[in-house]
Design a protein around this ligand. Structure first.
Ligand code: SF4
Length: 426
């Protein structure tokens, strides 16, 4: 199907516009004098960066946008020719190839070189290697924020204080240097208060999937919903407005008893309710989504929508403790949680969202996310008594999206759910 003909709801269109406006602002920054900071989605310090009037750039978002526009295949080929092996995370290769091809963003405009690489190291070792490469490519300064892994399954005071110390002694001085401005705590507090308001509305939207039928798809639709808050907008008025409008849109769908909007329009009948672990495939995103929608399968909760912040456990940015709250945010991202905590979270989702089971989309080149997924799958199956399924694809490398294979596996999984239901009813 022609992706441009796909159905979109109002919020999807609005988030697309917001992100396009941000890219356009970046493209014009050499003329406006605005400076940019490259950083990562998990553990991003958007409010802090923007409190210095610096613009965030997220290389993971650039990579997935390139994949959705069909550019990633060529970018990956360029990186492989440079010597990056097949096993390297495809986000990294796509980013390197994009840089070598003129660094054109999704609007087709040139993205500015970074004035600073803000390496927030949150749970994935690849982040470090990725920014080592970018340091070479751009000869840009690096600010490193080391976020300790939540090995004990909780945020310790020592870990939080360690992150706060780095913010004070290393990250803020670098941001001051690059921006030429002094740290303004009042401005940061205002931004954090706005983050908290947007986070309340985002959680309301995600939790709306507890309704039957679910008014949203919390994975395929969910990636649109997290767009503004995971990219450059946390702490802005635009984000507050977006999430308020999204919340009303979803409340309206609940009131009318409507299911989610899929690429082919509204889903008429909800047949399966799933929890999904692992990022989506971006090169065949709509085709992948359609395989679920055609079967009446709705994702009611996903872990991918928590990589840039886990808010449905009650965490909110707290303007009264600005640096402590940023530290706790970084420590609490999904990528930084240990495997038992991830299993607890998945089991909770299966129970609370009334799901038929757990489906894992394992990403070939994401060693960080894929590690432990089979253990997680078995453990969730054992604890909830509901069937689990497993498919494999990749983030942005189209060579690893085998549509026929995935479709077969999904069909078998849906049959398994039906058999289980029939057994339960017997
Ligand atoms: S979490 Fe996975 S996709 Fe993200 S940088 Fe690490 S390896 Fe790559």
């Amino acid at each position: 199907m022609n992706p441009s003909a796909a159905m979109k709801d109002g919020s999807q269109l609005r988030q697309k516009e917001m992100i396009a406006e941000h890219y356009s602002r970046l493209a014009h920054s050499p003329h406006t004098g605005e400076k940019s900071v490259y950083t990562f989605v998990p553990g991003n310090l958007t409010e802090l960066v923007r409190s210095f009037d610096l613009l965030p750039v997220l290389p993971e978002i650039n990579a997935l946008q390139s994949a959705m526009r069909g550019k990633s295949k060529d970018y990956i080929a360029i990186a492989e020719k440079l010597g990056h092996s097949e096993d390297v995370c495809t986000y990294v290769k796509c980013d390197v190839g994009m840089k070598r091809s003129g660094n054109l963003g999704p609007t087709g405009e040139h993205l500015p070189d970074p004035d600073l690489l803000l390496l927030s190291y949150t749970g994935c070792f690849t982040f470090m290697k990725w920014f080592e490469l970018l340091k070479e490519e751009y000869k840009a300064p690096v600010a490193m924020l080391h976020v300790p892994y939540q090995a004990e399954g909780r945020i310790t005071t020592a870990a939080r204080d360690y992150v706060v110390r780095q913010l004070k002694e290393s990250v803020i001085p670098k941001l001051e240097q690059v921006s030429g401005r002094k740290y303004d705590e009042d401005k940061l507090k205002e931004m954090l208060a706005r983050s908290s308001r947007a986070e309340d509305d985002l959680v309301h939207v995600l939790e709306s999937a507890k309704h039957r039928p679910s008014p949203i798809d919390a994975y395929f639709g969910g990636v649109y919903y997290i767009g503004p808050i995971f990219t450059a907008f946390r702490g802005t008025e635009e984000a507050v407005g977006y999430y308020r409008a999204l919340r009303s849109e979803v409340d309206e769908r609940i009131a009318m008893g409507k299911g989610p909007v899929t690429p082919d329009g509204e889903m008429e009948r909800e047949r399966f309710r799933l929890v999904v672990e692992g990022p989506p495939n971006w090169t065949s995103f709509r085709q992948f989504w359609k395989m679920f929608a055609d079967e009446g399968a709705v994702v009611v909760a996903s872990t991918y929508t928590k990589v840039g912040g886990v808010y449905d456990n009650g965490f909110r940015h707290d303007p009264e403790r600005p640096l402590e709250t940023l530290a706790e945010y970084c420590l609490g991202c999904y990528t930084n949680l240990n495997l038992p905590t991830r299993v607890d979270m998945l089991c909770r989702y299966v129970e609370e969202y009334g799901a038929d089971g757990l489906l894992v989309n394992s990403i070939k080149s994401c060693n960080s996310f894929s590690a432990g997924q089979l253990m997680m799958l078995r453990e969730v199956e054992r604890r909830t008594g509901r069937p689990a399924g497993f498919v494999e694809s990749d983030l942005v490398d189209p060579r690893y999206f085998s549509a026929a294979n995935i479709k077969n596996r999904l069909e078998s999984y849906f049959q398994m759910i039906e058999q289980k239901r029939a057994g339960g009813a017997a």
